[in-house]
Design a protein around this ligand. Structure first.
Ligand code: 5GP
Length: 120
């Protein structure tokens, strides 16, 4: 199901503390919280606080420094929770599995080598 036209997005409502989440890191511009349906031993979403950008392509084109902040926060979380190694996934478009059209990175970590990883 797409939440493409929803505003504020579910993630903006987490930023505003209108709905609960387990927040693991936050700066003035970026927030990170545990995914509600984890697909890996560590599954954290890193989200720019602005919902102006629907996906990583828009974010990279408009504000590459903010994209770099997302990546840096992902790396810090992986350092803290998984020895620094991680997979970074940006689902882009409905057919790719994107359901929330407020750009976000999935930080997946833990030992991801064995077996198949469910779609993030
Ligand atoms: P997408 O499918 O758009 O790439 O990722 C959306 C992610 O948001 C999914 O992994 C889903 O589990 C997560 N999610 C959806 N609603 C909530 C929520 O209310 N709280 C949290 N913590 N995660 C959510």
């Amino acid at each position: 199901m797409s939440s493409q036209s929803d505003s504020p997005s579910i993630f903006s409502r987490i930023v505003a503390r209108e709905i609960p989440a387990t927040i693991v890191a936050e700066t003035d511009t970026v927030i990170a919280f545990d995914d509600i349906a984890p697909k890996a031993p560590v599954h954290v979403l890193v989200v720019p606080k602005t919902e102006r950008y629907r996906d990583v392509v828009e974010l990279a084109a408009a504000d590459p420094a903010l994209l770099a902040e997302v990546v840096a926060m992902a790396a810090r979380i992986a350092d803290q929770r998984a020895g620094g190694e991680f997979r970074l996934v940006f689902n882009t478009g409905e057919a790719a599995g994107q359901t929330v059209f407020h750009v976000h990175a999935h930080v997946l970590a833990g030992d991801l080598r064995e077996g198949t990883l469910a779609d993030a």
